[in-house]
Structure formats: structure tokens, C-alpha cells
Design a binder for this molecule. Structure first.
Ligand code: ADP
Length: 270
């Protein structure tokens, strides 16, 4: 698949990911203006395939987005899903667990948001928080979070076996670009609402997050639920890459429109 550079972003199962080897500023050989036009074409194709998936009503897609703060999860979602039929897309965001969520196992709230047949589900953060922030901030002891990689692999395998195509994108931003974007959030009144003091605490824990992401990517990228490491310093590269990854998986699924009823050829509506 040499013609599709996004396939090189895929984390091969069993590999030992070292994030410093990935270029956050990579353009993947693309140029900004043509990439924007290309994104529009990809979105038209996504629209056609989404309609078929929706009409077929047998399978679903789950796109998981994880990243450091300000890598652009929200921007990616807005950019690539804006052309699709909202009736067939569900976006679920996972914040600090509360209420009944804390009274159940960590996958309970996640499974409840898994996409219905015919739908594309997008997770803005996910069950991976339970091996990322939970590990880095010590919300659970290692004896608890270290078992979760196995659970997550099995959970995603089950979703896949039951008809959900699972794909996961890590939006890989550099500390320097994150610094600029966080500063922008503080300085721009339109963006200030996005800023939390906690973002700075997380930023100070960058090396610990890198280690946690490296383990998560290495241990949970499987043939049926692969991870992709997406360069995220440039928004336009990030958006096109995620759109193309989603398109790749939808093309492979070959969703089919249901057979029409017999006897429609030549039927005239009076
Ligand atoms: P975002 O940063 O994704 O735009 P928020 O500002 O609402 O959204 O942040 C969500 C917060 O919830 C993040 O700090 C994230 O680490 C935290 N979070 C998500 N899942 C969990 C979890 N299982 N345990 C603890 N914290 C979590």
C-alpha cells in the first residue's frame, strides 16, 4: 500500500514503540493547499460509505482518539466528521468518572457508548485513560492498571468479533507546539474556556505520559484494533491523516446497500 502513506503510521502488533522516533512535524509528503482539496474528496467518499454502512445496519466503526492536551482531538472531529450524516455518527467524550461510573468497572461506561450497528462511533478519550492518567497520576496502584492491557485487548477483540471495526489514533504533538497552543488558549478570549490549570500539571508530567503512551501503543496495537501514530504539529496533516485512516478501514469493510424489494424496475409513482 505504498501509495497510501498513512499505512506507514500503523503500529505493527508486538512492536516496541519509542515516540522520540516519530516526527510530530511530518507532512507525509503532502502540501497544505492540495491536502485541503484532498480532504474534501476524502470526505465525499466517507459520506458515501457512511450511508452504505448506515443502510446495511449490520456493522459499525469505532474510531478512538487519544492525545496529550491541545493535540487537536476536537479539531480533528470537527474537521473530518462535518460532512457526514449526523444521524449515523456518535461522538462520546470521556472525562473524570463520576456518579455511577465510579461504582462500576472502568469498561462499563465505555462499552455503553460503543457504536450501534450502522453507526460510526468516535471516542474523544476512552478506556485508554485508565492506563494513562490513572497510571501517571497514581489513581490506582500498578497491580490494578497493569492488568488492564489484557482486558483492553480482549474487549476490543470482542467488539471486532461482533462486527465493530476498531481503529485508534494517537495524535502525536511535540511539547513545543503544545506550549504554543496552551499559551494561545490563555491569551485568546475565544479559546480561554478550553484552558484548565490542570493542563499545566499534565504538561509537567510529559515524560511519564510518554512512557504510559508507549506502553499502551505497544501492548494494545493488534491486527483487529490497530493504533496509528499521527503527526499532529500541523492541523492539516493531522486531519487528512485521520480522515484517510478512517476511509481505509471503511473501504475495506465494503458496506453494501440492502437489496431493494423485487418488482421495482420500471415502477412509476403516480
Ligand atoms: P479534553 O481535555 O479531552 O478536551 P476535559 O477538559 O473535559 O476534556 O478533560 C477530561 C479530563 O478527564 C482529562 O484530564 C482526562 O485525563 C480525565 N479523565 C478521563 N478519563 C479519566 C479516568 N478514567 N480517570 C481519571 N481521569 C480521567
Amino acid at each position: 500500500m505504498a501509495s497510501n502513506p498513512v499505512m506507514a503510521l500503523r503500529v505493527a502488533p508486538g512492536s516496541n514503540v519509542k515516540l522520540h522516533r516519530f516526527d510530530t512535524d511530518d507532512t507525509l509528503g503532502w502540501h497544505k493547499e492540495s491536502a485541503k482539496r484532498e480532504l474534501e474528496k476524502v470526505k465525499l467518499r466517507l459520506d458515501v460509505l457512511q450511508q452504505r454502512l448506515f443502510a446495511e445496519e449490520r456493522r459499525s466503526v469505532l474510531l478512538v482518539l487519544q492525545a496529550m492536551d491541545a493535540a487537536g482531538k476536537d479539531g480533528t472531529i470537527r474537521s473530518i466528521l462535518s460532512g457526514l450524516n449526523p444521524a449515523g455518527v456518535t461522538v462520546s467524550s470521556f472525562g473524570v468518572p463520576g456518579g455511577p461510573e465510579v461504582e462500576h468497572d472502568y469498561l462499563w461506561r465505555v462499552h455503553a457508548q460503543a457504536p450501534a450497528k450502522g453507526h460510526i462511533g468516535v471516542f474523544n478519550r476512552s478506556h485508554y485513560e485508565d492506563v494513562l492518567v490513572v497510571r501517571v497520576k497514581g489513581f490506582q496502584p500498578k497491580a490494578v492498571w497493569s492488568k488492564r492491557y489484557d482486558h483492553i485487548r480482549s474487549f476490543e477483540q470482542m467488539l471486532s468479533d461482533e462486527g465493530t471495526t476498531v481503529l485508534k489514533c494517537f495524535l502525536n504533538v511535540s511539547p513545543d507546539v503544545q506550549r504554543k497552543r496552551l499559551q494561545e488558549r490563555i491569551d485568546d478570549p475565544e479559546k480561554r474556556w478550553k484552558f484548565r490549570q490542570g493542563d499545566l500539571e499534565d504538561r509537567a508530567l510529559w515524560p511519564q505520559y510518554v512512557a504510559a503512551f508507549e506502553d499502551a501503543l505497544s501492548r494494545t496495537s493488534t491486527a483487529s484494533a490497530p493504533w496509528y501514530v499521527v503527526p499532529a504539529d500541523r492541523n492539516w496533516v493531522r486531519n487528512l491523516a485521520v480522515a484517510k485512516i478512517l476511509l481505509h478501514h471503511l473501504e475495506r469493510m465494503k458496506p453494501r446497500l440492502p437489496d431493494p424489494e423485487d418488482g421495482l424496475d420500471g415502477l412509476i409513482v403516480e
